[in-house]
Design a protein around this ligand. Structure first.
Ligand code: GLY
Length: 392
């Protein structure tokens, strides 16, 4: 009898298979995102961004760095279920971002266009989308200074940094590598690789944690300082920054097949995987070094970006043990994000999929709220997991 009870209890404790987790997450994302798209229909130019303290939807225009994520999520969800209504929404919300192809005032054009039109082009081959992406890549290149060997991130912090480069900027390189492969113009590859090389040299500490901002002298290319803007302190590990680095160098290896990027991504992965401050459920605190841990918010957006990157890195690394750890951490994160603690009930959370992300803690902006990019990378991670591990 005792044995039967023990077996029953073990069965009851057993976790659902990942196929159930993935299906549940994608289905919830579909419900929430369709309703979000419907609610903003006819509201010209608006894109979902976050929620305010009262739980009301906060939108942005296309100029805000997050504008491409909602259309990107719609493309992934269209890919998932093939629903024509989702296709229409993905097209409509991508069109709201199109004018950013002429953006030269910041580095975010990669985020804006590659998540939206990049996924749209991948799925439809629409030549008009190709043109948008190529114009966007051209705009991004205008921010590259050969003396420095990096793309300048911001123009609007001129009082602090003459030539700031943030770790997030690694993500924008994917657009350039796409442009290189599409046009065969080496210029795009050279800029992306130079940027990644300099980032490896200057943005990381010996333990492979990264600074948020590195300031450069635009004439000499020398580093002027290493600091933070969104993290706890200059020497801390801002969680999303670590995620951008992991994702960025994994992507660089996927696109360029240069082993130096794989080795670097593996080191960043080890730093994150072995970090004692990350809770067992895989969702990091907003900054790994906030001294108030555990009484500070977690950041679901950092977790979602890490999950997506870990899934990809696990398929690229030749180190079997690391591959297993990457997969296991991704699964842990996806299980947690798909639990009631993070996954919103339909019709709640201002229409977003995930709860509990942190935008900009030092400014007290978007703290413990839904964020549209948390949803995007969560959906991407689920889609990657499904494609790699669940489909024949
Ligand atoms: N790229 C800005 C952020 O990660 O908050």
């Amino acid at each position: 009898m005792a044995i039967v009870a023990a077996v029953l209890s073990a069965c009851c404790r057993s976790e659902p298979p990942m196929s159930e987790i993935v299906a549940k997450g994608l289905e919830r994302a579909r419900i929430q995102s369709e309703a979000m798209a419907e609610s903003l229909e006819g509201k010209k130019g608006l894109l979902p961004r976050s929620a305010d303290a009262d739980g009301h939807l906060v939108t942005s225009g296309s100029e805000w760095w997050t504008s491409g994520f909602f259309p990107g999520s719609l493309w992934y969800l269209y890919e998932y279920c093939g629903d024509e209504r989702l296709l229409g929404y993905a097209q409509e919300y991508s069109a709201r971002v199109e004018k950013e192809k002429y953006t030269t005032g910041n580095h975010d054009v990669g985020f804006m266009l590659y998540c939206s039109f990049g996924n749209g082009y991948r799925l439809t081959g629409n030549p008009a989308y190709r043109d948008v992406l190529l114009q966007g890549a051209e705009s991004l290149c205008t921010r590259y200074n050969g003396n420095v060997g990096l793309i300048k991130s911001w123009d609007d912090h001129a009082d602090e940094w003459e030539y700031p480069v943030i770790i997030d900027n690694m993500m924008n390189l994917e657009l350039l590598l796409w442009a290189w492969k599409t046009t065969k113009d080496e210029k795009y590859r050279r800029i992306a690789v130079n940027h990644a090389d300099k980032t490896m040299q200057n943005h990381f500490r010996p333990d492979y944690s990264s600074y948020h901002v590195v300031g450069y002298n635009p004439e000499t290319g020398e580093v002027t300082d290493r600091a933070t803007n969104q993290g706890y302190s200059d020497e801390s590990s801002w969680a999303r920054g670590q995620a951008w680095g992991l994702y960025g160098f994994t992507m660089m290896y996927r696109e360029c097949e240069d082993l130096k990027f794989l080795v670097f991504a593996e080191q960043i992965a080890k730093y994150i995987l072995e970090h004692p401050g990350i809770p067992e459920d895989g969702i990091p605190y907003w900054d790994f070094n906030d001294p108030e841990i555990p009484d500070v918010p977690r950041d679901a957006s950092a977790a979602a970006i890490m999950a997506s990157a870990f899934i990809e890195l696990g398929t690229l690394t030749k180190n079997e043990s690391l591959a297993e750890k990457c997969r296991s951490r991704a699964e842990t994160i996806l299980r947690t994000l798909t639990s009631e603690k993070y996954l919103a009930e339909p019709g709640t959370n201002a229409g977003f999929v995930l709860m509990h992300s942190v935008g900009n803690m030092p400014l007290g902006l978007e703290v413990d709220v839904p964020l549209v990019y948390a949803d995007y990378y969560y959906i991407e991670a689920l889609m990657r997991y499904r494609q790699i591990f669940l489909m024949d």
